[in-house]
Design a protein around this ligand. Structure first.
Ligand code: F6R
Length: 609
């Protein structure tokens, strides 16, 4: 989605802004622009459809100024072209605005401004903000922005420059992330930490309804009615190098290989070997609260939703509490019944996915309790939730989520253990699971070592226009996630089905051009799974099977990939079987020469509905 950067200090702003925008490319965008301000030359704007490097190539030579803002746009109102790119300016060219989010009453404001004789040049909702700020007569820039915000309904993270106030950037947040970076006699702002960490790791996360003024000397925070909020800066414990791909050809590859260490981090200090349970201080729930939970409802989007399905199965198995997962994007639109004894769980890597955030708000509006499984510390969902489990996966830059999902699965296992151990899960079973989780990182290491074996199969799959991913019960969400990963990075059509459902319809599509990737764990359903695979093979459908060493497949499959690690606990199968599917998708995309980290039309965090 759209990205924002801003800088004020002693250095030339333009190169810093362009570098920052480059760091936001993974968020997904279709045009980019920057505005800088200098006391002698006033406000200058350069913007262009295409990549940041296209903008850079066409930057005017003289573009000096030590204060500026920049943006990568992901088109919502109007096509991706030079005019619709941000920053947007007022008629006099004095005010520049960059904005993430959506102004819901933009049409009414556009009509009002046009009626007042203002000529709007773009199709965007953002342009109205520049005109509203310009038309305000308040004494200060803060007052002008605050007045403009008073007219706006919708979501925003925004930054404003004004030639009449050349020492400051005024920023505001409502539903779209904005982080201030505190430097030495310089200040930064960005919508994502990735654009800040090279300059500073001392940051201020603005809250919704909050504004800030940045000058070279520091920052002040206040509410939209200009009452001070005095939000303090925090030093983050992150390694800026984790935002670089290092020796890898892509972040996706790097992040897949980081899964073993991510698992170690999410488990650190949380396993209780003695009592076969977990320690989750952040849940803010004691044994009695956990005992009172009658149902668990998991909400997430995309891959987070699929891991949520895996998590729901884990919770039902271990805690025997009814649990299910639902797409957060649908939840609030069906006037959901929110029950006091249901534990709602929002799951999100970014913590900024607006559909998930709005689902949490709906739960709260109706008096429910919602905990979060979130990777990004201090993100909107993490703050909105009543407690939760931070995933500690580290920064995930590739659009296709891998290591964060694995930590989500582990997060669900920790939660399931605790819900189980306050009920009927025996200490022996608890200890069995704890030991399994302790082995998980090493097992993942071994599964990742299958990479070379997968390359050929991936190449072959990449040639198919359409394919199926199938699995049953524990294997079904794995199939969904496998199909999702493949679609995202290869742009091939992949559909997930329950293996048992094939003969109820989709079998009609099977022929020699439509391969099937089947997930066949060594479990009580293995024989039935193999039976269904014969139905595919009998119709000439190419079959790739992901399975364990001891499953007898006869000669049904064209290719068999066996996860040849000592058998871990059956409850952990889903995550160990998901990793080969990540590798398959990655190598298929590599073979097709796709832009793996920045798939077309997709964004890392989806902050608009
Ligand atoms: C898939 C993917 C998306 C996200 C989804 C939710 O690889 O990355 O489907 O899982 O957009 O994002 P978060 O987890 O940030 O809420």
């Amino acid at each position: 989605m759209c990205g924002i950067v801003g800088y004020v200090g002693g250095q030339q702003a333009a190169p810093l802004l362009l570098e920052g925008l480059g760091r936001l490319e993974h968020r997904g965008y279709d045009s980019a622009g920057i505005a800088v301000l200098s006391t002698s030359k006033g406000l200058k704007v350069a913007k262009k459809a295409g990549r940041v490097r296209d903008l850079e190539a066409e930057m005017p030579k003289r573009f000096s100024g030590k204060i500026g803002i920049g943006h990568t746009r992901w088109a919502t109102h109007g096509p991706a072209n030079d005019v619709n790119a941000h920053p947007h300016v007022d008629a006099a060219g004095e005010v520049a605005v960059v904005h993430n989010g959506i102004i819901d009453n933009a049409a009414a404001l556009r009509a009002e401004l046009t009626g007042a004789g203002v000529e709007l040049v773009s199709d965007t909702d953002t342009e109205v903000i520049a005109h509203l700020v310009a038309r305000s007569t308040a004494d200060t820039l803060e007052g002008r922005v605050s007045e403009a915000l008073g007219r706006i309904e919708g979501t925003y993270g925004l930054a404003v420059l004004h030639a009449g106030f050349p020492d400051r950037i005024v920023v505001a947040r409502n539903g779209s992330p904005l982080i201030i970076g505190v430097g030495d006699k310089e200040m930064h702002v960005a919508s994502d930490l990735a654009a800040l960490v090279r300059y500073t790791t001392t940051v201020v996360h603005l809250g919704d309804g909050e504004m800030a003024t940045l000058t070279a000397g520091g920052y002040t925070t206040y509410r939209e009615d200009l009452v001070a909020t005095d939000r303090a800066a925090k030093k983050l414990d992150i390694d800026p190098a984790s935002y670089d791909a290092g020796d890898h050809d892509s972040f996706m590859h790097k992040e897949m290989l980081e899964q073993p260490e991510a698992v170690e981090r999410v488990l650190r200090g949380r396993l209780d070997e003695r009592f076969g349970t977990s320690h989750l201080g952040g849940l803010n729930m004691d044994a009695r609260d956990l005992r009172a939970v009658r149902r668990v409802k998991i909400l997430g989007c995309g891959s987070a939703y699929y891991v949520g399905q895996m998590g729901a199965q884990l919770i039902e198995e271990l805690a025997r509490v009814p649990a299910d997962a639902e797409a957060a994007s649908e939840f609030r639109y069906r006037n959901p019944i929110v029950e006091p004894d249901t534990l709602y769980v929002a799951v999100s890597q970014s913590g900024e996915t607006v559909d998930t955030l709005l689902a949490v708000q709906e739960i709260h509006r109706k008096g429910g309790r919602c905990i979060g499984l979130v990777n990004v510390v201090g993100s909107a969902i993490a703050r909105e939730c009543d407690g939760g489990i931070y995933l500690h996966a580290g920064p995930e830059v590739a659009v296709a989520s891998t290591k964060a999902l694995t930590t989500m699965y582990v997060g669900f296992a920790l939660l399931a253990l605790q819900l189980g151990r306050v009920r009927d899960l025996s200490i022996a079973d608890g200890k069995r699971l704890v030991a399994g989780l302790q082995r998980l990182s090493g097992d993942l290491e071994k599964v990742l070592a299958l990479e070379d074996e997968l390359v050929d199969v991936a190449k072959r799959l990449s040639q198919a226009e359409s394919m199926f991913f199938v699995g049953r019960v524990r294997g079904y969400p794995v199939a969904r996630e496998g199909a999702q990963k493949l679609k995202e990075v290869t742009y091939r059509h992949a559909e997930a089905y329950q293996t048992s459902e094939l003969k109820h319809g989709p079998l009609a599509l099977i022929d020699k051009t439509v391969p099937t990737v089947a997930i066949v764990p060594e479990d009580e359903l293995a024989d039935r799974n193999v039976g269904a695979l014969h139905e595919i093979a009998a119709r000439g459908g190419p079959l790739v099977v992901i399975t364990h060493p001891n499953v007898d497949l006869g000669d049904v499959a064209d290719r068999v990939l066996r996860i040849d690690v000592p058998r871990n606990e059956v409850e952990l199968d889903p995550i160990l079987l998901t990793v080969p599917l990540q590798l398959l998708a990655y190598h298929a995309a590599l073979h097709l020469e796709r832009d793996i980290d920045k798939p077309r039309n997709l964004a890392k965090s989806v902050t608009v509905e």
